[in-house]
Write a protein that binds this ligand. Structure first.
Ligand code: UDP
Length: 253
């Protein structure tokens, strides 16, 4: 049987040609990497959970008018997405100090920030995704000032939505990363949320206990990553064994 054409394989996902022009199939692998792929493991079931969780968040965003690349989930590990031109930036939003920010500035992890802070890293594995100022982004032409204004607005809307959804199930959204992609409707370009939103790319702490429910469990050897992600999925009602209760994908863009 002819296999679909593989277009790109990353650390946690594979992109295949989609069934129609302008679409792709995004496959979620079980591979986990940290510290720029210095630490690697295969975590059974992670891909299935992230496929479900990303579907849940992206569907919610589409439904409140925040455009994303998500079209529909196809099966346990795959989803149909819009093809976009990825802006080569990791867009990070922080509500509390943690990770690289806490380290760089000598802040205690968990310290509330005066306001949500949006920062950008240049997507380049060989360089370890360095933090870059807007000045670099514009000067090197990775995005225009208008693009950055749109991306910040998009990122802050995602932040408000995710913060509220997670708060509703007793989880604090410490920080997260999204990617933005360009789509064209005739000559009109707009930026939409792309890639994935999952515990691989967020910091999620239980509000009561502070327990980590995200990829730091893997990065810092804190226990079972599958258990942590399963707990997030269970609280949100999107466990694979609970599919009948999962919200139906509904695309309005
Ligand atoms: N993040 C990500 N991919 C990256 C870098 C960061 O998804 O390549 C996420 C990370 O999971 C966290 C947030 O972005 O939720 C901020 O990460 P940070 O800059 O603190 O880097 P880290 O400490 O993870 O190296």
């Amino acid at each position: 049987m002819a296999r679909r054409k593989k277009l790109y394989e990353g650390k946690a996902k594979i992109l295949y040609e989609g069934p129609e022009p302008g679409t792709l199939v995004q496959y979620f692998k079980d591979d986990a990497t940290a510290f720029n792929a210095e630490k690697k493991a295969v975590i059974e079931g992670k891909g299935v959970l992230n496929n479900r969780l990303s579907e849940f968040f992206m569907t919610g965003l589409n439904n409140i008018g925040v455009p994303t690349h998500f079209i529909k989930r196809l099966n346990m590990r795959e989803q149909l997405i819009r093809q976009v031109e990825i802006v080569p930036l990791e867009v990070i939003v922080r509500n509390f100090a943690a990770g690289s920010m806490a380290k760089r500035l000598g802040l205690e992890e968990g310290m509330p920030l005066p306001r949500p802070i949006v920062e950008f890293s240049y997507k380049d594995d060989a360089l370890g995704d360095p933090l870059v100022p807007e000045e670099y982004i514009i000067a090197f032409g990775w995005a225009s000032q208008q693009d950055l204004d749109d991306i910040v607005a998009l990122a802050l809307r995602v932040n408000d939505f995710l913060t509220g959804v997670m708060y509703g199930v007793g989880i604090k959204l410490v920080d997260f990363k999204i990617e933005a992609g360009r789509v064209w409707d005739n000559d009109y370009m707009r930026l939409i949320v792309a890639d994935e939103i999952s515990p691989d790319s967020c910091r999620l702490w239980d509000i009561e206990t502070g327990q980590k429910l995200d990829k730091d469990v893997f990065r810092r050897d804190l226990g079972s990553l599958t258990d942590a992600y399963t707990e997030v999925a269970r609280r949100l009602g999107v466990l694979p064994s609970n599919v009948t209760h999962a919200p139906k994908p509904h695309v309005i863009n």
